[in-house]
Design a protein around this ligand. Structure first.
Ligand SMILES: Nc1ncnc2c1ncn2[C@@H]1O[C@H](COP(=O)(O)OP(=O)(O)O)[C@@H](O)[C@H]1O
Ligand SMILES: [Mg+2]
Length: 468
């Protein structure tokens, strides 16, 4: 669809009544697309860089459209003046070339290379300093969310010292620390001096993904044991005392200690713990170092592999312990990017078990108030409706992969009003590896063809076995 850039375009004109937005019109020969970067040459000879937001046309007939203005290109072509806001009555319109588009990045600090964009395949970069916002990552299953997420996280680990924790339900990121000598893929890997911890469920391994029962807030401990503070007054009360009795000891001691107490409620609580088989969960630390203790040192990246637990409550327990601890220590203001892949597992509006509710409320709280404490969320999911609305509404960055459902796209358009609607509407046609980035971490909305990963994916798609 895009016009060759070298043909000077006499077929389209633009005008702006406010110097911020422009209207454009032209004949059938001048074909732009939503998202095209354009240079508008005003009658005073100054060149203005803008982006087409919207276009309508009839087959073979004239087209009309509108777009936004980013700034005026300096005389030497090396800068972009974003302060001059001047209306103009008429300007010629042409596609911006890669070096002019590059001006969008002028004056921005460290950037993360993620792929290419625009008709000239310019290098697409994210603004590293804008990960101090919450980010929403969305696209239908198989659209490439996890792959693209990996590309971005690798760049963050390469170019920033922002620590990252990844809640990884499908073991997709367990190779993040894979060293070139240790993988046969021929990939570059990440520098060996980066501290990358991969914590996986294991009953015996000393570096397993574990948390401590007594570190959990009382409400979460009650939720694990299906106890209600009023409906189950006596047992709940024993649970409160358990801290004094058990401290940080091995969970295997919990039941004997309770039985030692000899009260009816302690006996009931012991039976409950046994019946639910909670003690058998692989998630309890015993003397091992817990995920919260490891995160306290803020490794460059910590992967929490939530997939391998036997009980579906165990991933929720990990999330609760980690998020609760981060929140409790928020005044330390130690920045952390909290990445949650398949985030509907932890903050869907529908989860109703007390543990689900507790985890979701913690995430809602971090979404609402975590930013100023350096707790920044990056949430990935398939549909906007699968994440609680008061969490999504706090997100300033959007990465959108293919999404075919018009209902979902409409919702995205409502929540992320800053994204040109015509660019969103193209999402159903995105190929694998294409993503729309918009919001504060890009200088302008851009459709990116994602670059390659540096480390091998963990859980990529399985192929159907064929017969020879
Ligand atoms: N940009 C890309 N380049 C190469 N392969 C990709 C790319 N994006 C996705 N894939 C492949 O497509 C499959 C699905 O991608 P994935 O990221 O797991 O999707 P999602 O997380 O949205 O379900 C994976 O096997 C992955 O390797
Ligand atoms: Mg995925």
């Amino acid at each position: 669809m895009t016009r060759p850039k070298e043909s000077k375009n006499e077929n389209a004109t633009a005008a702006s009544v406010d110097g911020r937005y422009f209207q454009l019109a032209g004949s059938a020969e001048a074909v732009f697309e939503p998202g095209s970067y354009v240079v508008l040459e005003r009658q005073d000879g100054r060149r203005v860089l803008g982006q087409v937001d919207d276009l309508t046309f009839e087959m073979g007939g004239p087209f009309q459209g509108a777009g936004r203005i980013f700034g005026v290109v300096s005389d030497n072509g090396h800068g972009l003046d974003t302060h001059e806001v001047r209306p103009f009555a008429s300007a010629t319109v042409e596609q911006a070339d890669a070096s002019t588009i590059e001006l969008l990045y002028s004056g921005t600090p460290a950037t993360l290379t993620i792929g290419s964009y625009g008709s000239d395949n310019a290098t697409a970069r994210l603004l590293a300093n804008r990960f101090n916002r919450h980010t929403f990552w969305c696209g239908q299953s198989g659209s490439g969310k996890t792959y693209a997420l990996g590309v971005v996280l690798e760049q963050l680990i390469l170019h920033t010292s922002l620590p990252i924790v990844i809640f990884d339900p499908n073991a997709d990121f367990v190779n993040l620390g894979g060293r070139p000598e240790g993988n046969a893929s021929g990939m570059e890997g990440l520098p060996s001096d980066r501290d990358i911890r991969v914590l996986r469920p294991s009953p015996a391994n000393t570096r397993a993904l574990v948390v401590r029962f007594t570190d959990l807030p009382l409400r979460a401990r009650g939720a694990i044991l299906h106890l209600h503070p009023l409906n189950d007054r006596e047992e709940y009360n024993e649970l409160m005392r358990l801290e004094e009795t058990v401290g940080t000891l091995d969970p295997a001691n919990v039941v004997p200690r309770l039985r030692d107490r000899g009260t009816e409620a302690a006996e009931a609580l012991a039976a409950r713990i046994e019946n639910l088989r909670v003690i058998d969960w692989a998630v309890w630390s015993g003397p091992r170092e817990t995920a919260t203790e490891i995160l306290q040192h803020r490794p460059d990246a910590t992967v929490l592999d939530l997939g391998g637990f036997a009980n579906p409550d165990e991933p929720l327990v990990v999330a609760m312990a980690v998020l609760e601890d981060l929140w409790a220590k928020r005044e330390e203001r130690k920045p952390l990017l909290i990445v949650i892949d398949e985030a509907h597992n932890l903050c869907s509006p529908e989860g109703e078990s007390p543990l689900h509710v507790a985890v979701r409320e913690k995430i809602i709280q971090i979404a609402a108030e975590g930013r100023k404490f350096g707790l920044w969320l990056l949430l990935s999911t398939q549909r906007p409706s699968r994440i609680h609305p008061s969490i999504i509404s706090q997100c300033d960055n959007l990465a959108l992969m293919k999404m075919a459902s018009p209902v979902d796209l409409k919702e995205i358009a409502t929540i992320f009003g800053f994204v040109p609607a015509a660019m969103l509407e193209r999402s159903p046609l995105f190929r694998q590896g294409e993503a729309l980035f918009a919001g504060s971490f890009v200088p302008a909305p851009m459709l990116v063809k994602m670059g390659n990963r540096l480390t091998p994916e963990g859980g990529s798609d399985l192929h159907v076995p064929l017969r020879p």
